[in-house]
Design a protein around this ligand. Structure first.
Ligand code: CA
Length: 226
C-alpha cells in the first residue's frame, strides 16, 4: 500500500506524529504548515488523500477544501478535515463544502488510521484493495497469492512486485526507468536490463497454455499490462 497522503497542519508536533505512524504503514507522506503553499503543493503532487486542518495561517482549511472540491481536476481527491473538539458547526460546514470525512482533535491514531483506510478503500480501490484483478489475472495482496483464471501461479518477489505495480496501473506504458523507480525504488543501483529479465520471467510465469499475452512490449517506450 503506497498511497500518497498530504497533511496540512500548522502544528509541527501533530505532523511529526501522523507522519511517523503513516510511514510505518508504508504510506508516502508529504506535509505543509501553510494553507496557501499547501494548496499549490496538493495541486502539483496529486495525493491520494489529504488530511486537512481547519485553522491555518494564510488560507483556512475550509477554503482549501472548497477550492479543491470545486475543481473538476482535483475534486476526486478525498479529504479528511481535522477539527477541534466540540466545534460541531465546523464539522457541518466542512462536510457542506465537500470534505469526505472529519476527525476531531485530539484524536487517537488508530481511529485516524481506520478513517484513512476506509476512505481510501472507497475512493481509490486500486490503492487499498486486498484483491485486484485484470482480465483473468488476480492478486490477493494479503496472502500474496496470484491466480490466472483458477490456476495459482508462483512468482518470485520481484516478479510479484512488478505484477502488483502493473495491475494497479493497467494499460499505461512504463519505461524501464519508471519501472525501476516504482518497483525497485530509487535508492537501489540496478541496470535497466534487469527489468527485461524480470519481465521475461513474469511473462513466462503468467502465460499458461492457451492464455492471452497480457504484458505488451512497446518498442523504445517500455512495457504495459494490456
Ligand atoms: Ca491549526
Amino acid at each position: 500500500m503506497n498511497a500518497k497522503i498530504f497533511i496540512v497542519e500548522d502544528e509541527k508536533s501533530i505532523i511529526t506524529l501522523i507522519k511517523y505512524n503513516l510511514e510505518k504503514e508504508g504510506y508516502k507522506v508529504s506535509s505543509s504548515e501553510n494553507g496557501e503553499e499547501a494548496l499549490k503543493e496538493i495541486k502539483e503532487s496529486a495525493p491520494d488523500l489529504v488530511l486537512l486542518d481547519w485553522m491555518l495561517p494564510n488560507l483556512s482549511g475550509i477554503e482549501i477544501c472548497k477550492q479543491l472540491k470545486k475543481s473538476a481536476q482535483y475534486k476526486s481527491i478525498p479529504i479528511i478535515m481535522l477539527t477541534a473538539k466540540g466545534e460541531e458547526e465546523d464539522k457541518v460546514r466542512g462536510l457542506n463544502v465537500g470534505a469526505d470525512d472529519y476527525v476531531t482533535k485530539p484524536f487517537s491514531y488508530p481511529e485516524l488510521l481506520a478513517r484513512i483506510e476506509a476512505l481510501l478503500r472507497r475512493s481509490k480501490p486500486s490503492v487499498a484493495q486486498d484483491v485486484i484483478s485484470f482480465e483473468d489475472l488476480k492478486i490477493d495482496r494479503i496472502t500474496r497469492r496470484v491466480y490466472r483464471g483458477k490456476k495459482e501461479i508462483s512468482l518470485g518477489p520481484t516478479e510479484y512486485n512488478l505484477l502488483d505495480f502493473f495491475i494497479k496501473n493497467p494499460k499505461r506504458v512504463y519505461s524501464r526507468e519508471q519501472l525501476l523507480e516504482n518497483v525497485w525504488g530509487n535508492d537501489i543501483n540496478v541496470e535497466s536490463r534487469t527489468v527485461d529479465v524480470h519481465i521475461r520471467r513474469l511473462r513466462q510465469a503468467i502465460n499458461i497454455a492457451g492464455s492471452k499475452e497480457l504484458i505488451r512490449t512497446v518498442r523504445s517506450a517500455g512495457y504495459s499490462l494490456d
